[in-house]
Design a binder for this molecule. Structure first.
Ligand code: AP5
Ligand code: MG
Length: 190
């Protein structure tokens, strides 16, 4: 049994397609919950392991991404939890996270799916491309990122729906309105 003083991390997971607003909302939630914002995309961009895969809109290998994200969650500043943005993105990653949580005695407070129409996703990514300097922020690559998201995410969402922690949020209104909807959902999440 874990010692009484050991922290039991609580995670909020943010799901959604490219440009759904995961990073925007994760920053806000991280500030209001006082736990770090952990973005798999940011961690991978810092390392530049497979730039060609990322720049073309494909997914990186599950083992690599899982090792990097779980190592980040093991850092002391995440002892009480974190807001996870972009992970897990596949069922294999979700299973690895389940195993990690079991080992730590932690739990998922909520999984938030930011639901945004496909064309809006592509428009937001293309618009951000003018200032982001991300090589994957072009209309063409955004289309491939949306395809990867549509292929993998339904199974991940089903997984969290079955665990009873999934909340579907309309991600199309303004960022402030989406934030209010998220806070209402979390209020109900208990
Ligand atoms: P990642 O960095 O996670 O990118 P993504 O999922 O494609 O999402 P984005 O960061 O583009 O969008 P976002 O949802 O964060 O939206 P944002 O808030 O920025 O992943 C990049 C790559 O890394 C992947 O393609 C893959 O190669 C690899 N990778 C990452 N995780 C992986 C994993 N788990 N497994 C395998 N590979 C992985 O908002 C977007 C824009 O819209 C901004 O300009 C913002 O200001 C604007 N905006 C936000 N909210 C609103 C709103 N409500 N209304 C209007 N505009 C809004
Ligand atoms: Mg992001």
């Amino acid at each position: 049994m874990a010692p009484e003083s050991a922290a039991e991390p609580r995670l909020v997971l943010l799901f959604g397609g490219p440009g759904a607003g995961k990073g925007t909302q994760a920053d806000r939630l991280s500030a209001s919950l006082g736990v770090p914002h952990v973005s798999s995309g940011d961690l991978l961009r810092e390392r530049q392991d497979h730039p060609q895969v990322m720049n073309s809109g494909g997914l990186l290998p599950d083992d690599l991404v899982t090792d990097i994200v779980l190592a980040r969650l093991d850092c002391p500043d995440a002892a009480r939890g974190a807001v996870l943005d972009g992970f897990p993105r596949t069922l294999a990653q979700a299973s690895a996270l389940d195993a990690w949580l079991k080992q730590r005695g932690g739990r998922i407070s909520a999984g938030l799916y930011l639901d945004v129409p496909q064309q809006t996703l592509i428009d937001r990514v293309a618009a951000r491309g003018h200032v982001s300097h991300r090589e994957d922020d072009t209309t063409e690559v955004a289309g491939r990122r949306v395809a990867a998201f549509l292929r993998e995410l339904p199974a991940v969402l089903d997984h969290y729906e079955q665990l009873g922690v999934l909340h579907r949020i309309d991600g199309a209104p303004t960022a402030d309105q989406v934030q209010r909807a998220i806070m209402e959902s979390l209020g109900r999440a208990g």
